[in-house]
Design a protein around this ligand. Structure first.
Ligand code: FPP
Length: 252
């Protein structure tokens, strides 16, 4: 699935953390008069391609939005079809991911998952925890607001118990209370499917992300379109609140 661990290609302005909102499976299926589940199944191929390409290009962290907190509202058959697909894909791919040095991590309200998927998730995280080539983060039952809320709740409990002084709660401590603790901020956010919105994905972590919208439906997302996103990123001047002149002065 991914190239051998020895060959990350250099890139002049490579994002450390790429995050992807994989949208458009349903429309892809509808256009072919297929059930929505066929669109989700077709979404596996671009997932493999994206993992492989990001690892090859030397991306440190790739986060995929597989299932949102709000996706529980979908028809019961679609939800159970997606959960089976995640379990099958995880069981099928884990050996190859591990063999290629990929660390797998899941974020989200994982207690809401069924027991077999929860166990598979835990086993995958344990099996790959020492891998260092790239971290693949799969967001399932995840919402940006959920994450901020659970961080706030945990910090409030720590403060009430005297473990944390509220005056010490700064960006670093808050970030370390999120499900994404320890991950770099997102540099490049890609959304497929033509919609230009964030849909409650990584809200805290995308504060300074470059955002690339693709009109392709997720099952059609290919290496050429991923390269478009990387090229778009490489051309951006990232200012983090500073002026363009200040950034240029540092470069010279
Ligand atoms: C959004 O498209 C897609 C999802 C909710 C599911 C994403 C799942 C996959 C790509 C399957 C493989 C994933 C992994 C991590 C193994 P949509 O259904 O909202 O499409 P629509 O907007 O066209 O209806």
């Amino acid at each position: 699935m991914v190239a051998s661990a020895a060959e990350p290609e250099s890139h002049p302005a490579l994002p450390r953390h790429v995050a992807v909102i994989m949208d458009g499976n349903g429309r892809w299926a509808r256009r072919r008069a297929l059930p929505r589940q066929a669109g989700h199944r077709a979404g596996i191929k671009p997932v493999r391609m994206t993992v492989e390409q990001c690892a090859r290009r030397g991306v440190e962290t790739l986060t995929l939005f597989a299932f949102s907190s709000e996706n529980w509202r979908r028809p019961r058959e679609e939800v159970s079809g997606l959960m089976s697909l995640f379990l099958d894909a995880l069981e099928r791919e884990i050996a190859e991911l591990d063999g290629n040095g990929i660390r797998v991590r899941f974020i989200g309200d994982l207690d809401k998952l069924g027991t077999p998927l929860r166990h598979a998730v835990r086993a995958a995280e344990l099996r790959t925890r020492a891998n260092t080539r790239m971290t693949l983060v799969v967001a399932v039952a995840y919402g940006g607001r959920w994450d901020i809320l659970q961080a706030a709740r945990n910090l409030a409990a720590d403060a009430a118990a005297g473990r944390v002084d509220p005056a010490d709660i700064d960006e670093k401590l808050f970030a370390n209370s999120l499900a994404t603790a320890g991950l770099p901020s997102v540099d490049l956010l890609i959304r497929t499917g033509g919609e230009k919105r964030i849909s409650n994905f990584l809200l805290w972590d995308i504060a300074y992300s470059e955002v690339c919208f693709s009109d392709l439906l997720w099952p059609d997302f290919d290496e050429a379109e991923l390269t478009v996103a990387f090229d778009f990123y490489a051309k951006r001047q990232r200012r983090f609140g500073r002026t363009g002149e200040q950034i240029e002065a540092v470069r010279c």
